[in-house]
Design a protein around this ligand. Structure first.
Ligand SMILES: [Fe+2]
Ligand SMILES: [Fe+2]
Length: 153
């Protein structure tokens, strides 16, 4: 059964807090991915550690979204959203595959400047894709409930 008019605030808060956590992790990675210099091994290992943590959270987050009924509930409320919602969910495996490709390109030792800047560029691309994904997701949920959650663009 769907709640009659308003989205369960507890469930919504859970979704938004996960998005905030992912954003914080991305920001930490941006800072750790030093732009100019090739890092010493410990700093590179830290980047890898942060990336692995993000990978784990992303997989959990996507699985919860797929099982949590958010998008389904939006569709039930507004069937014309179903293509958009399916499109958003279909991005999850692609985002994880892009992340895994990124991980393979992050060097840990004997790092050459070229390798590092390529890995950094891949990370920046990935972060942009993830943010675009979350924006589409917010749009679907927001339209489904016909409410403005005050989510910043
Ligand atoms: Fe998602
Ligand atoms: Fe999400």
């Amino acid at each position: 059964m769907f709640p009659s008019s308003r989205l369960d605030p507890v469930i919504l808060e859970h979704l938004l807090s996960q998005h905030r956590d992912l954003h914080a992790r991305i920001l930490a990675l941006r800072a750790a991915f030093t732009p100019e210099e090739v890092p010493a091994s410990p700093a590179a290992a830290e980047v890898r550690h942060l990336l692995l943590g993000l990978r784990e959270r992303l997989a959990e987050h996507f699985a919860q979204e797929e099982q949590g009924g958010f998008l389904e509930e939006s569709i039930a409320r507004m069937p014309r959203l179903s293509a958009a919602a399916r499109g958003v969910v279909a991005e999850h495996p692609r985002l994880l595959a892009a992340f895994d490709a990124l991980l393979e390109h992050v060097p840990v030792r004997d790092i050459r400047p070229q390798e590092w800047s390529e890995a950094r560029a891949r990370f920046t691309d990935f972060a942009d894709r993830l943010f675009a994904h979350e924006r589409s997701e917010h749009a679907v949920v927001q339209q489904g409930y016909n409410e403005d959650f005050g989510i910043p663009e």
